[in-house]
Design a protein around this ligand. Structure first.
Ligand code: HEC
Ligand code: HEC
Length: 371
């Protein structure tokens, strides 16, 4: 586990970074290398006659106009699957699908019903209302989804494409079948043209649908909070907020081990002491290992002001309750994270307020007003 003190972190956050243009051109380079590799693969498969079969959904080489995804300074390059490079048409199609209730059985729920832009693409319910019943867990923000290596609280989806397959057929969410979705989209007046523009000739398939949605989700980047501007040296924080920064990133408040880096999450799975008796096994339901019981992925704390209620089961309404949890409310169980074992009450009221003040600097108005 990486341990660093505040000064080093400051350096980490404010060190000179490659300019926007450099990082973009580097990702272009990577894209074009990918394209050359794909083109070669296609030539080879055509020559050897073992390429396309009847199940193929058309070319997976980038189609349409390359989308210029601007990676914020200081962010690592996101992993983008080689067969789903972003295009302007693909992102636009994905955006439309994301907001369209056509994906649900009774046309009442879209992805955006539970992932609402004004709440950083989460919602305000403890458990979200689906077409029939409610979800078993709290909805998650989609801010910087491109950097989340395993999706869902328990990490059960390996990519955004894989993830998007699930809500459509989940009885608690959209309750539809993919065959119906393909049929509805195929007879829609606009979608066939939009799919062709994004992916070239070929049928509308579940595969193309989730690829477009994933492309759109990769553009949901949040990197312009006051704290980002402070780290870049272009904005200032108040004395209280600075105390919060210090406590968050030092061993007293000690939040950074799990909510650190520029993403404000370590993207790892931990048991943070919510359950004395494990009723939702979290990561263990995916790995089958008892050592993973009650572990969930640390969520990003970006835009946390707007994503209440908190935790996988939405049990806390306020940030104050969430902080009190770490300061006297921890439940012990065999997989409790070692960092939290024996953690006693250690923060004063003033210190808790300072941490909250810092958390509020992680809101990014640019992100929340995105259309
Ligand atoms: C009925 C509400 C509902 C609908 C509709 C819904 N979601 Fe979700 N979404 C959730 C909940 C709840 C979770 C967390 C579930 C879990 O972890 O078990 C989630 C998790 C996710 C995640 C994982 C985020 C992360 O950081 O791991 C992504 C991505 C996502 N949804 C995208 C979508 C897309 C795309 C659609 C439409 C195809 C969609 N959702 C439809 C409620 C919903
Ligand atoms: C050992 C790792 C760890 C440490 C240390 C830690 N957290 Fe967490 N945090 C998590 C995990 C894991 C979750 C999600 C748990 C769940 O829902 O089951 C979480 C959830 C949260 C949430 C709710 C986020 C949401 O979207 O629902 C907040 C707020 C939060 N933590 C704040 C803090 C603060 C403030 C500190 C320092 C006082 C801290 N955390 C320390 C691992 C940690």
């Amino acid at each position: 586990m990486k341990r660093f003190r505040v000064p080093r972190l400051r350096v980490l956050l404010s060190r000179p970074r490659p300019s926007r243009r450099q990082s973009v051109s580097r990702s272009f380079l990577r894209l074009s290398v990918g394209a050359v590799r794909l083109a070669l693969a296609i030539v080879v498969s055509v020559l050897t006659g073992c390429g396309d079969d009847s199940n193929s959904t058309g070319p997976s080489i980038p189609f349409g106009t390359p989308y210029d995804l601007v990676i914020p300074e200081g962010f690592p390059a996101p992993e983008i699957p080689e067969d789903n490079a972003l295009s302007v048409e693909g992102v636009e199609l994905g955006r439309r699908l994301f907001f369209d209730p056509i994906l649900s059985i009774d046309s009442t729920r879209s992805c955006a019903s539970c992932h609402r832009p004004q709440f950083a693409f989460s919602d305000q319910a403890r458990f979200s209302r689906g077409v029939d019943g409610r979800t078993a867990r709290n909805s998650m923000t989609l801010a910087n989804a491109a950097w989340m290596p395993a999706l869902f609280w328990d990490g059960r989806a390996a990519s955004l494409e894989d993830q998007a397959l699930q809500p459509v057929v989940d009885a608690d969410e959209m309750g539809e079948t993919w065959a119906n979705v393909e049929a509805k989209l195929s007879r829609h007046p606009r979608y066939p043209t939009l799919f062709e523009a994004a992916f070239g000739p070929g049928k509308i398939t579940a595969d193309r649908t989730v690829k477009a949605i994933a492309q759109f989700e990769r553009t949901l980047i949040s990197a312009n909070s006051r704290f980002d501007r402070y780290a870049a040296g272009t904005d200032t924080l108040t004395a209280q907020e600075l105390l919060g920064v210090e406590l968050f990133f030092n061993e007293i408040g000690d939040c950074f081990h799990c909510h650190g880096t520029v993403l404000l999450t370590d993207n790892q799975f931990h048991n943070n002491g919510l359950q004395a008796t494990i009723s939702d096994s979290g990561l263990a339901s995916v790995t089958g290992s008892v050592y993973d019981a009650g572990k969930f992925r640390s969520p990003t704390l970006r835009n946390i002001e707007h994503t209440a209620p908190y935790m996988h089961d939405g049990r806390f309404q306020t940030l104050s309750e969430a902080i009190d949890h770490y300061d006297g409310g921890l439940q012990s169980s065999p997989t409790l994270d070692p960092l939290l074992v024996g953690r006693e009450t250690r923060l004063t009221g003033e210190q808790k307020d300072a941490i909250i003040a810092f958390l509020l600097t992680l809101s990014d108005p640019d992100f929340l007003i995105r259309p």
